[in-house]
Design a protein around this ligand. Structure first.
Ligand SMILES: [Zn+2]
Length: 280
């Protein structure tokens, strides 16, 4: 073992040899304990080969050959490469000025797939995972990899904190006032009781609220965001499925609406959902 130790030390003195990054300062490439031996170096083939040559030299001179069935090999990965790969991908996308939805799609498909692939092979350190999250977050919210500006949620919290500080300082703090102040003054609408009433289930209320505000994810909006290829209405297959088309222009939905209104005995001529919802 003394002889092998000397041979490995000579391997360490080789001008082309590189130590394991954590052993570089001590110039350490092996440890012996009783009849157990640990050998380590930087994980490149050339450096492993230098050590292997010494082991073969030892085997030829002493007749003692390392048993492969009793030996194990451990590889550690340099996680910097993962970070570099992700940032280079983002830099290539940066020039395209993509929308939020497109960036979300890229983060959830491409960037997360790269990370998942690495996670399947290696146990990634917590620090690297945090770094990956920070890269994805920065690209998603700011469209670039090296953004140091805080997100909208953080800005909002700071704003609320400042204003609350003013109220507390003025010693006229009231939760009701703060609530109304933060909420702001909205424009009153006359369809409130139609949408927010207790006779319908919460899910239907929410969908109706989106519909009245023209915020449903109709196909024309999804196509604009690049999430679908064609915006043609799937019911009639004739033209683009816009909000207006969905409720008042599509042959199919118009027929449904007329039949239901006839059945309910309601006679309304309107082509706006907000007008329809605000009827008395
Ligand atoms: Zn249609």
């Amino acid at each position: 073992m003394e002889y092998l130790s000397r041979l490995l030390k000579v391997a360490g003195d080789h001008e082309n040899f590189r130590f394991h990054p954590r052993c570089n300062r001590l110039k350490l490439n092996h440890l012996c304990f009783a009849d157990d031996l640990m050998i380590f170096c930087r994980g490149d083939l050339a450096f492993v080969r230098i050590l292997q040559d010494k082991l073969e030299f030892f085997a030829n001179s002493s007749g003692l050959v390392a048993t492969s069935s009793k030996s194990d090999m451990y590889l550690a990965v340099e996680c910097e490469r993962l970070v570099v790969r992700m940032t280079s991908k983002i830099r290539s996308w940066q020039v395209r000025n993509l929308s939020y939805a497109a960036r979300l799609q890229l983060v959830s498909t491409v960037l997360m797939n790269i990370t998942n692939f690495w996670c399947q092979i290696f146990v990634l350190p917590k620090k690297v995972l945090k770094q990956v999250n920070a890269i994805c977050r920065a690209y998603l919210w700011h469209g670039k990899v090296d953004s140091d500006t805080p997100g909208w949620a953080f800005k909002k919290i700071c704003k609320v904190k400042d204003r609350m500080g003013q109220w507390v300082h003025n010693s006229s703090y009231s939760i009701k006032e703060v609530y109304h102040e933060l909420l702001g003054v909205g424009q009153p609408v006359n369809w409130v009781s139609f949408v927010w009433n207790r006779s319908s289930i919460p899910k239907a209320r929410f969908i109706l609220w989106l519909a009245v505000n023209e915020r449903l994810k109709s196909r024309d909006k999804l196509a604009t965001l690049g999430l679908i290829l064609t915006d043609t209405c799937p019911s009639c297959g004739l033209i683009s499925e816009s909000h207006y088309h969905l409720f008042f222009a599509c042959i199919y939905s118009l027929q449904c609406l007329r039949d239901i209104l006839t059945w309910l005995g309601i006679r309304i001529i309107s082509d706006s959902l907000a007008d329809f919802a605000s009827r008395k």
